[in-house]
Design a protein around this ligand. Structure first.
Ligand SMILES: Nc1ncnc2c1ncn2[C@@H]1O[C@H](COP(=O)(O)OP(=O)(O)O)[C@@H](O)[C@H]1O
Ligand SMILES: [Mg+2]
Length: 257
């Protein structure tokens, strides 16, 4: 997804919000979770099974539906929100991923295809990384090495085998975000939230019986609100926070250009 052109996000307010449409600054957007999933989620799952990494970023101003799109209603904090008709992209992706893994295992049974998936959930607030699966870990460090690439040191990773495991992990982790509420000024709208799944597959080559491995990564990101952070009148924490959000979103914009 490409961020809107600079200056477009301004201080527009969300005027109307109905079940499937949203009016922002006079423009009405209609969307449907299943359509979004077909467009973005299905290719993402196929990429993952082919050994490629994929990332989805929800970018936009506060109130535009980023959190709803990524997890589901009420910040995806209840099982029913992650299972119901309105469930977000993340539960749909994992539902599909586990179903496809099952199919692939049957298809490649003679090669003993096997998958292991592990997930982590983190929040970036004021340039500090908190482990949402173990919030006592508050100021984690980003490291890079030749073997693992860029990674967050000591970040909790939990193995998941099915959608229930993923739902339980999300309910626990999203509940640890700074503020669960969806009010425009809630702190959750000023932090980035990153859900990562690493899928490792192993299978035997028929010809020589040797094992081969494939690793791929899915990143699902709920970004902080992109509204122009008002610096007039802002001081202390609020000002620092605004600067950090603007800096990280523009860095991301440069990377995606
Ligand atoms: N497609 C939608 N259908 C119904 N309600 C929605 C939809 N998208 C967002 N909402 C509601 O609008 C409000 C703002 O959405 P939210 O996802 O919290 O925005 P953001 O994360 O971008 O700040 C929330 O109360 C959310 O439940
Ligand atoms: Mg949000």
């Amino acid at each position: 997804m490409k961020p809107p052109d600079k200056g477009e996000e301004g201080d527009t307010i969300v005027q109307k919000l109905s079940k499937d449409s949203l009016t922002i600054g006079g423009h009405t957007f209609t969307f449907d979770s299943e359509q979004m999933f077909q467009l973005v989620g299905v290719p993402l799952v196929e990429n993952c099974l082919s050994g490629f990494n994929s990332s989805v970023f929800a970018y936009g101003q506060t109130g535009s539906g980023k959190t709803f799109t990524m997890w589901g209603p009420a910040n995806g904090m209840l099982e029913e929100h992650l299972r119901g008709e309105q469930r977000g992209l993340t539960p749909r992706v994992f539902e599909r991923l586990f179903a496809r893994i099952k199919e692939e295992k049957v298809k490649h049974a003679e090669r003993q295809l096997n998958y292991q998936c592990r997930c982590s959930l983190l929040e970036i607030y004021n340039e500090q990384i908190t482990d949402l699966l173990d919030p006592s870990q508050k100021n984690l460090t980003i490291r890079e090495d030749v073997k693992s690439g860029v990674y967050v040191e000591n970040l909790t990773e939990e193995y998941v085998k099915n959608l229930t495991d993923v739902s339980q992990l999300l309910i626990k982790g999203l509940g640890n975000r700074r503020t669960g509420a969806t009010s425009v000024n809630a702190e959750s709208s000023r932090s980035h939230c990153v859900f990562t799944c690493v899928a490792e597959s192993r299978c035997k080559n028929v010809a020589d019986g040797l094992s081969s491995f494939k690793t791929s990564r899915i990143n699902l990101v709920d970004l902080a609100g992109s509204e122009r952070q008002k610096s007039t009148g802002a001081s202390g924490e609020r000002l620092k926070e605004a600067g950090n959000i603007n800096r990280s979103l523009s860095q991301l914009g440069y990377k995606l250009e």
